[in-house]
Design a protein around this ligand. Structure first.
Ligand code: AMP
Length: 432
């Protein structure tokens, strides 16, 4: 027999307690901002055909080359745990004929993603993203809207000091010539590049721009910028997005070397960073993917979207000491002080739970023990039932904020608590 405890898989993480409470605030903020902007929720499967990832993200990317959780199912089909959300949304968009109903489709999503990366602070193998996708629009309006939504979610969570770094990866009209120019530049300096970058020179020279190696940084700094090599269409699009952001006073700055880790991007791209953080400062990013729908077998459908890392956002908030609180509901704790009063507990908590949070002790203990147990539930009101109360068909209701205690007839109890709820929360309770 094997004994011993089974542990969570490396790079995964349980969410519970106060940490999970913070996540719930983040989730409800995402939902509210997205719905207000006219985005509809979409939930796609966590695993897909492996081809979906390789054909969208790109066979030369780190994600496809070494980070996918790929396995054969029992019939030998190759499946992959989704490393990101966009490809699945596009697949679902095509499969459900969304374009027939909507010329421009707007979706938001949230959920776990899987990448076999080296786990470290802010980097997990199962992590969570939320994001939006606009399918069927080439308007800079929608790029600006995408950035604005991302920004509004973060601001609503108390994260200020944000900057949207705006760049472009060009398109098929201007990117090939730029890549050629960049390769020539790096080839001339190959001797001074890091080994990793020398490897990338042939396969994906754009990735060198993203290198963190010290010897590469000086070379990258003087490399030709794609922003000076854009075709008119890409340059105008980037300019239009800038202007739209300015018109709504959304801060942004030019980034000459914004490299996204996924190949499907075209034209304008962006990342949102938090100023106070260092290397892991990217909270998320996105951009246009005007060719992806067509590459996955659909009609030409220009699109734009973003994805944000939820562990990153929660981590930044924690580091900055920003508290996210859920709106508090009134909490009641029912404590029987004698064995005879025990039978009252269940019907009372059951009734209270139609409107408030309620917990109770099934067995009577002395008052001191009762209070200690109740404290874990952080109640606002204690409902105490002793011999006297039982005889009078009443309870002793104790407010823990003022310490005030009074006898309340059972028949008046709901009304009395409702008055307390209105006074302390400023709103009425709803019976559900
Ligand atoms: P990407 O889909 O690569 O553009 O990533 C978007 C965002 O997701 C990043 O800026 C991070 O905030 C987050 N992210 C990506 N990979 C991970 C990971 N392995 N662990 C935690 N967060 C991640």
């Amino acid at each position: 027999v094997t004994v011993g405890r089974i542990q969570a898989i490396r790079g995964t993480k349980d969410l519970l307690g106060d940490e999970l409470a913070r996540w719930r605030v983040m989730e409800s903020r995402v939902r509210r901002v997205a719905l207000r902007a006219g985005y509809e929720e979409i939930r796609t499967p966590l695993f897909e055909a492996t081809d979906l990832s390789s054909r969208s993200i790109g066979t030369e990317t780190d994600i496809v080359q070494k980070e996918m959780y790929t396995f054969d199912d029992r019939k030998g089909r190759s499946l992959t745990l989704r490393p990101e959300g966009t490809a699945s949304v596009v697949r679902a968009y095509l499969e459900n004929n969304v374009a027939r109903e909507k010329a421009v489709a707007k979706f938001w999503y949230m959920g776990p993603m899987y990448r076999y990366e080296r786990p470290q602070k802010g980097r997990y193998r199962q992590f969570h993203q939320f994001g939006t996708e606009v399918l069927g629009s080439e308007e800079a309006f929608h790029d600006a809207e995408t950035i604005a939504i991302f920004n509004a979610i973060l601001r609503g969570l108390g994260l200020t000091d944000l900057t949207a770094r705006l760049g472009s990866v060009g398109d098929e009209a201007c990117r090939p010539a730029y890549v050629e120019k960049l390769s020539a530049y790096f080839r001339d300096r190959a001797g001074d590049l890091s080994e990793l970058s020398r490897e990338r020179l042939e396969r994906n020279p754009l990735r060198i721009l993203d290198s963190k190696e010290k010897e590469d940084r000086v070379i990258v700094e003087d490399a030709p910028s794609i922003l000076d090599n854009l075709c008119d269409g890409c340059a105008k699009h980037l300019d239009d997005v800038r202007r739209a952001l300015d018109s709504a006073s959304i801060p942004h700055e030019r980034d000459d070397a914004l490299v996204r880790g996924l190949d499907y991007y075209t034209r304008t791209v962006f990342e949102i960073h938090h100023e106070k953080l260092g290397a892991q400062s990217a909270l998320g990013g996105g951009g246009r993917y005007d060719r992806l729908v067509k590459d996955l077998g659909g009609p030409p459908t220009p699109s734009v979207g973003f994805a944000a890392g939820m562990e990153r956002i929660a981590g930044v908030a924690e580091e900055l000491g920003i508290a996210w609180d859920e709106p508090r509901e009134v909490r009641l704790y029912v404590a029987p002080l004698t064995a005879e009063a025990e039978a009252k507990v269940f019907p009372l908590v059951h009734r209270f739970r139609e409107r408030w949070w309620a917990e109770g002790a099934p067995r009577s203990r002395n008052l001191k023990t009762m209070l200690k147990r109740a404290a874990r539930f952080e109640p606002d009101l204690l409902v105490l039932i002793g011999e006297e109360e039982l005889a009078a068909a009443s309870v002793a209701l104790k407010r823990l904020d003022t310490g005030e205690q009074k006898a309340v007839p059972e028949n008046d109890l709901i009304e009395e608590i409702e008055n307390f709820a209105r006074e302390t929360t400023g709103r009425s309770s709803k019976k559900e």
